[in-house]
Design a binder for this molecule. Structure first.
Ligand SMILES: [Zn+2]
Length: 596
């Protein structure tokens, strides 16, 4: 008996030891990352079934820890609409002898046009200041005409010239050039001497909410050849005469051709879902300043890479992008912070936001901040996690620290226990959801463990995550949230001046305007989501909500027009800006600065 009892006790002790040992090793984040990065979720692209399965998981975990939907909401899921892609809706180009075959370009307006056709060569206009003059329209009158242009750029040009022309060969830019010269529509053909000769142009992934202000379709090489029937040169001869990029070679009107065009783009609207819950304060918030703290991460990723932002090599094209570090790691961190806080008393309500559509342009968090279910001014602070699972050499990057004078001390205090080698960055204008909250004037921080070779590739998988350090990031952040939720005063917001424009502009543009476009709202012109503190746009008196419709004489119907218009601006030279504010047309002068 005795022995037996001893054996039983010893058995219990072993089990206890085993379970303690297991607990000491169990990660607070591993199960979450493995669930979210599982191939079953197919890369969690916004608006897909994979996103839905991921949101189910998050809702389940929030429910487990006792979080609730935000006040006034029945559900943790907060839907938002966005443009997920485009397809052709039956575009045609009809003319005598032609097939009628055509395909809209993704950015085309919808509508009909008919009339005479002018061949405008490559349809390229190089703006002045490039050391090379080239204007396909120099000798052509295309007003109220339908323009036919070649895809790409002159095939036999010297490398250096090609480089310049290539910058202006984007089809959006060609369409804008035609529109600005009064053409009613533009047709594109891949010439017989070009790659993809004669083929229709595939539609591209395009999240633009509206067309570019002109009808634009591609036609087949055979149809284009037919249009040259009565011209002095064949299509091939015409292309050949242009291919050495001689700036004096020109296009010409195509005699005897009259076309009827129907352009139709179906913009696929999809619904994405943010998942947002909260843990109410455990004591009445009373008159506490800004009684909410928010913690968030995007949980969407790239799906199979179909949105075009994948870095997968050819051999991995189309595979599930697991997105373990980007950003199952951040989502897991938010869930783990929530689980920690659920066991503690708090004097503020704490929101947990899981954003979707981040990879498509911060769409989910922007939708949340545009129509916030709780007053955005009542947020004392926002902490963001994006890619926090691949720590190297104990280094943790803390971004956006310039958004409040309170951060330096809070970060330092929390790091006494954590012991990270911190890289603190002031800049809140980051390509992640922290930018959204900074724009909304919420003191914010974003945590990041650095990029790696698996970034935006199918190989960003759960087995490569460093869970021990991810758990340390969670503890570190949870202690900051705890302090934030208990401090009687809320951190003050500091607007960070930023001289360097990140993203938005095209390569080679050395010029800085300090505008922050809002991609989430349908509008003709460039809607400003904000202006960069201390930048030229702010100095010009522009602000969030303004819609720029003209700059330096260039009409602006969308963000793309704007990025092209940047090419005509000169550093230090004032440019007239026409903009709409609350429906009123106003003018100001903006003086672009140099990028630093
Ligand atoms: Zn990403």
């Amino acid at each position: 008996m005795k022995n037996k009892i001893v054996a039983v006790v010893a058995g219990f002790a072993l089990m206890l030891a085993a379970s303690l040992g297991l607990q000491a090793q169990a990660s607070n984040t591993r199960a979450h990352v493995e669930a979210l990065a599982s191939p079953r979720l197919e890369g969690r692209l916004a608006g897909t079934n994979g996103e839905r399965l991921a949101s189910d998981y998050i809702v389940g975990e929030l429910t487990k820890i006792g979080a609730k939907p935000l006040p006034g909401q029945l559900d943790f899921r907060l839907p938002f609409e966005f443009t997920a892609g485009t397809k052709d809706g039956g575009s045609t180009v009809r003319f005598e002898g032609g097939t009628g075959n055509a395909r809209a370009l993704s950015f085309s307006d919808n509508g009909d046009a008919d009339g005479a056709v002018v061949f405008a060569g490559y349809g390229i206009v190089v703006l002045e200041g490039q050391g090379f003059g080239y204007d396909s329209y120099a000798t052509l009158d295309v007003k109220d005409k339908i323009v036919l242009v070649l895809r790409y750029f002159p095939e036999d040009a010297e490398q250096k010239t090609k480089g310049i022309l290539a910058r202006y060969a984007d089809l959006r830019y060609k369409a804008m050039a035609a529109r600005q010269r009064g053409a009613k529509a533009v047709m594109i053909v891949a010439g017989p001497r070009s790659p993809n000769a004669g083929e229709l142009v595939p539609m591209t992934f395009d999240t633009a909410l509206a067309g570019s202000g002109i009808l634009a379709v591609s036609i087949t090489g055979d149809d284009a050849k037919l249009m040259f029937r009565q011209a002095e040169k064949s299509l091939e001869e015409a292309q050949k005469s242009l291919d050495d990029a001689n700036p004096h070679a020109t296009g010409f009107a195509l005699p005897g051709v009259s076309v009827r065009m129907h352009a139709a783009v179906e913009r696929e609207r999809r619904t994405g879902h943010n998942v947002v819950g909260y843990l109410p304060a455990t004591v009445p918030v009373g008159t506490m300043a800004k009684p909410w703290v928010a913690v968030g991460a995007h949980y969407d990723h790239l799906g199979h890479g179909e949105a075009g932002n994948t870095l997968a090599g050819k051999e991995d094209a189309g595979k599930v992008h697991a997105g373990a570090d980007d950003n199952a790691s951040g989502s897991a961190a938010v869930l783990a912070v929530a689980a920690t806080l659920a066991k503690q008393p708090r004097r503020r309500n704490v929101v947990f936001g899981f954003w979707s559509g981040e990879e498509l342009g911060l769409i989910g968090s922007s939708a949340f901040a545009t129509k916030p279910p709780i007053a955005i001014e009542s947020l004392a602070a926002y902490l963001n996690f994006d890619m926090v699972g691949r720590m190297q050499d104990n280094k943790l990057t803390v971004q956006a620290a310039g958004t409040s004078p309170a951060w330096a001390r809070l970060i330092e205090q929390a790091n006494v226990a954590a012991g990270f080698d911190l890289a603190v960055q002031e800049d809140p204008y980051q390509p992640t959801d922290v930018a959204t909250f900074n724009l909304a004037s919420v003191p914010s921080l974003s945590f990041f463990t650095g990029t790696h070779a698996d970034y935006h590739k199918p190989s960003d998988t759960a087995d490569k995550i460093d869970y021990e350090d991810l758990d340390r990031v969670v503890d570190f952040a949870a202690s900051i949230v705890k302090r934030l939720s208990d401090a009687p005063e809320a951190p003050a917001f500091t607007k960070v001046d930023q001289k360097l424009q990140t993203g938005g502009g095209r390569a080679g543009v050395r010029l800085f305007t300090g505008t922050i476009p809002d991609y989430s709202t349908e509008v003709k012109g460039l809607l400003l989501g904000g202006v960069i503190g201390g930048g030229p746009a702010e100095a010009a008196g522009l602000k969030k909500g303004d819609v720029i419709v003209e700059i330096a004489g260039q009409t602006i119907t969308n963000i793309y027009d704007y990025t092209y218009a940047l090419d005509v601006l000169k550093i230090g030279q004032p440019a007239k800006v026409v903009y709409l504010r609350e429906g009123k047309k106003l003018e100001t002068t903006l003086t672009p600065a140099a990028r630093k």
